[in-house]
Design a protein. Structure first.
Length: 326
């Protein structure tokens, strides 16, 4: 029997798996990648007797491979929070999927484990820009303000590491980051003693500074549309910078576009965090474009041709037009 752990390489995927393996240790084959690499199940050759854990990747993007895996006799635990068209019915599939706007995979795993390793769900929620939910979980653990702030920074650093077009864009391969992280049951010990955390922290600060200096804003009456130049740093920082913009103007929608040499953009969309339509509309917007999708609060388009930029702006205004930009 072989165990396979298949997970998104961002903070949510990392911390969801970390919670599960602290509770249920297993020697497993790790399958992950950059955050946008969500069609991971085709890489898993699991069959009869094997056990597969799938965390924080869309069931729709993996449906064909999932059905084939179940037909081969593999048992699958699937935990996720992305929108989907339905969960297959199969006795070998144990699904815990909740696509509510105010949850993430780490929080779902926390419920599954009855809060045994909740402190890592706090990190996951902060990484997914769910600050209110993270703070609520932190209060349930009686964490003080300084401890909560440290977990917030850890979540954002872990999330930052997942963004890029390829693993070569990242500071560290997410599989290696998980293996390092999993040595620590206590996140504060990871923060205090692990040089990798300091490396991520410094790299994030430098990339955010570049983004603030070089960002260009496009006209929009429905929110803020920001363009970053083509560079490895812009690909790395796009998710964390989009979340930062959203927190700075929580009543507005945001779209962050990163240019590529081939004339396309990677697009990260954040729905308003507050007000009418809060945490809604991001997936509806992105699904209008090829391979786009995600969550109601945060979604993306992996490759938007430059010739479709005007169409994207028009769709952005149609979805988020009730939120007027200053």
């Amino acid at each position: 029997m072989t165990y396979y752990d298949v997970f998104n390489g961002d903070a949510d995927g990392l911390c969801a798996l970390h919670q599960l393996r602290l509770a249920e240790p297993a020697q497993s084959v790790l399958v992950t990648g950059v955050k946008s690499d969500i069609a991971l199940l085709p890489r898993v050759p699991a069959g009869a007797g094997d056990k597969v854990t799938v965390l924080d990747i869309s069931i729709d993007a993996n449906r064909t491979a999932l059905l084939a895996m179940l037909a081969r006799g593999a048992a699958v635990l699937y935990v996720d929070h992305h929108s989907h068209a339905g969960v297959p019915l199969n006795p070998l599939l144990h699904a815990h999927i909740d696509h509510s706007a105010d949850t993430c995979t780490g929080i779902i795993v926390d419920r599954y484990l009855a809060g045994r390793f909740r402190i890592w769900a706090v990190v996951a929620a902060f990484g997914d820009n769910l600050d209110a939910q993270a703070e609520g979980l932190a209060r349930s653990l009686a964490l003080d303000a300084q401890q909560t702030a440290a977990l917030q920074e850890l979540g954002r650093c872990l999330n930052y590491n997942a963004y890029g077009n390829a693993v070569s864009d990242l500071n560290i391969d997410p599989a290696a980051l998980y293996q390092c992280l999993h040595q620590y049951a206590d996140p504060f010990e990871f923060i205090r003693s692990q040089p990798l955390f300091q490396r991520l922290r410094g790299a994030l600060a430098r990339d955010l500074d570049r983004a603030a200096r070089l960002a260009r804003r496009l006209p929009s009456s429905a929110g803020r549309i920001i363009v970053l130049p083509d560079a490895r740093w812009s690909r790395r920082v796009r998710g964390v910078y989009a979340n930062q913009l959203a927190r700075a103007a929580p009543a507005q929608a945001h779209a962050l576009l990163v240019m590529h040499p081939d004339g396309t953009y990677t697009v990260s969309v954040r729905a308003p965090l507050e007000g009418i339509g809060a945490l809604q509309g991001a997936d509806r917007l992105c699904r209008q474009f090829e391979h786009g999708g995600g969550r109601t609060a945060a979604a993306s388009v992996p490759r938007l041709p430059k010739c479709r930029l005007a169409s994207f702006i028009q769709a952005f205004e149609a979805v988020f037009g009730m939120h007027q930009a200053p």
